[in-house]
Write a protein that binds this ligand. Structure first.
Ligand SMILES: Nc1ncnc2c1ncn2[C@@H]1O[C@H](COP(=O)(O)OP(=O)(O)O)[C@@H](O)[C@H]1O
Ligand SMILES: [Mg+2]
Length: 267
């Protein structure tokens, strides 16, 4: 393992493009790891709150959310909820109020290190913390990258998949050089692969030829069950464990764990 045993490895799901599979991967990689007995926390760091609702959090009307941890100094532990049906899967939920963090912390000291400090209190309770980032490179994403050991970058198998990637990599380098020198890229993950569409083969091959070993072997197929499961507040492994989506996220979980033994990605 890259990390000592008593503290979680923190991994951000980041790409400033929306709709590439960050949230779907945060939810379903987390549940796959939890199913394999790992203790996992999902931090919903996108004001849209899709990871929270996708893990069944809407109904619970929580008083303390990630926003209150950032702005009111609430302990992360107080805001964390368990996910129904899992022994070791938790979520630090969010709602739209989280948008306020970008403004309220604008002139705060060490404003890029709030999430790292918050997670410090709870990391000992987990093997992995997955941070679902918003589709921007603003303060919430900078906090996520500063708090992380590594990054998974989901890329949708569509024509403009690589657009914006150089900007993301520049931001990662900036955070690495300024706030978090150990930060590295865990891997690029190809998502929404559609074997009936020639273009997706072309895009997948291009990404693999550019980034070679940095690309996860596991490719996530386009699967309608993956898009349905959030509306039931369930990860795919609960909603439809026999679907191609569930099988591929289980494969990703295994590949991810294997990578932890071999270490390491790149920055
Ligand atoms: N592999 C997939 N197959 C089918 N639909 C998917 C897949 N991955 C994501 N989706 C759907 O695509 C949309 C965008 O995915 P999402 O994970 O929310 O992206 P992001 O968090 O990067 O904005 C969502 O409606 C989601 O349900
Ligand atoms: Mg999202």
């Amino acid at each position: 393992m890259a990390k000592s045993k008593n503290t979680a490895k923190v991994v951000s799901l980041a790409n400033q493009k929306g709709g590439v599979g960050k949230t779907t991967t945060a939810i379903n990689l987390a549940s796959s790891l939890a199913k394999m007995g790992k203790k996992v926390l999902v931090v919903d760091s996108d004001p849209q709150g899709n990871a929270s609702s996708g893990l069944g959090m809407v109904a619970k009307k929580k008083k303390d959310l990630l926003y209150h941890c950032y702005v009111d100094g609430v302990d992360a532990q107080k805001a964390i909820c368990s996910v129904d049906g899992f022994k070791s899967l938790h979520v630090l939920p969010t709602n739209i109020d989280l948008i306020g963090v970008e403004v309220e912390l604008m002139s705060a000291k060490k404003r890029e290190k709030y999430l790292a400090a918050l997670l410090q209190q709870v990391k000992k309770n987990y093997d992995f913390v997955l941070v679902d980032c918003p589709p921007s490179l603003g303060l919430l994403t900078i906090n996520a990258l500063t708090a992380s050991d590594s990054i998974i970058i989901p890329l949708q198998c569509e024509y403009f998949a690589l657009e914006g990637l150089s900007q993301l990599i520049r931001t990662i380098r900036l955070v690495k050089n300024t706030y978090n020198k150990g930060l590295y890229i865990e891997g690029l993950l190809l998502t929404m692969f559609d074997k009936r569409n020639n273009l997706t083969f072309h895009v997948a091959n291009e990404v693999k030829s550019h980034f070679t070993k940095l690309v996860f072997d596991t490719v996530i197929p386009r699967n309608v069950r993956l898009s349905e499961s959030p509306s039931y507040g369930k990860p795919i492994q609960q909603y439809d464990p026999s679907s191609s989506g569930a099988r591929s996220y289980d494969m990703l979980g295994k590949e991810f764990l294997k990578k932890q033994k071999n270490k390491k990605g790149e920055a």
